[in-house]
Ligand binder design. Sequence first.
Ligand SMILES: Nc1ncnc2c1ncn2[C@@H]1O[C@H](COP(=O)(O)OP(=O)(O)O)[C@@H](O)[C@H]1O
Ligand SMILES: [Mg+2]
Length: 250
Amino acid sequence: MSYTIALAGKGGTGKSTVATLIIRYLTEELGKSTLAVDADPNSTLGLSLGVKVDRTIADIREDVVEKKVDIPVTMPKDRYIEYAIENSIVEEKKFDLLTMGRPEGPKCYCYANNLLRKYLDKAEKNYPFIVIDNEAGMEHLSRRTTNDVDLLIIAFESSIIGVHTAMRITDLIGKLPIKIKKKVYVMCKVPKKGVSGKVESELESFGIEVSARLPFDDEIYESITSGESLLQIERGNIVYDGVKNSSLPL
Ligand SMILES: Nc1ncnc2c1ncn2[C@@H]1O[C@H](COP(=O)(O)OP(=O)(O)O)[C@@H](O)[C@H]1O
Ligand SMILES: [Mg+2]
């Protein structure tokens, strides 16, 4: 069985950055093979991992549902989909990447999410770690059956709004029929001077314990804006160090 780590949090917070640094830690430092899943329709995990994604689950859905491919009559549709998903996975030396993409319209989300879920249930056997980078509230994972989330990381920015958003996302996820074994909070882009007393007391009033406080770092910022992979940044980078030395149970 895999240890499944899921990331949630408002867009732009730092989820994909944290996901990438965790994947780097698991693969480079712990030598564990990892399935990276970009389940955010606004897919950017491939970029920060430095891999090119040609096909997504959304593309496969479109091919099948809109009959854009001729599936051989001898091949059951499910077999074709399974085969297409396996082919869409980018295989790197230390990790594989599966990308959901952006399905068009609400029903299409449902279809693509089902495909993703089915594949994840199967992937359990093959990878010691699965890291899923999600959209804000992870609604699409809600009906997963066999595979629970071992560690949910809620990423949030170091402001009052960030804390409130983290709480709202926590409530939202709490309402989903999904089993989460452990839930932790990671504060992203913390300014050099630290966070204000107001933010600290807001955290306290909500009872939020923060497992990692990751600093704002120019190297990280520039590497993403210039399209470079976060696997290339210095090993001693302060944000990477923050992930490695955090109390996250990785
Ligand atoms: N610790 C950090 N220091 C500097 N910039 C960061 C940091 N974490 C994230 N960023 C920047 O913030 C933006 C959003 O980060 P990203 O990880 O893509 O967020 P999300 O996946 O939640 O949308 C990116 O430009 C990224 O480079
Ligand atoms: Mg992202």
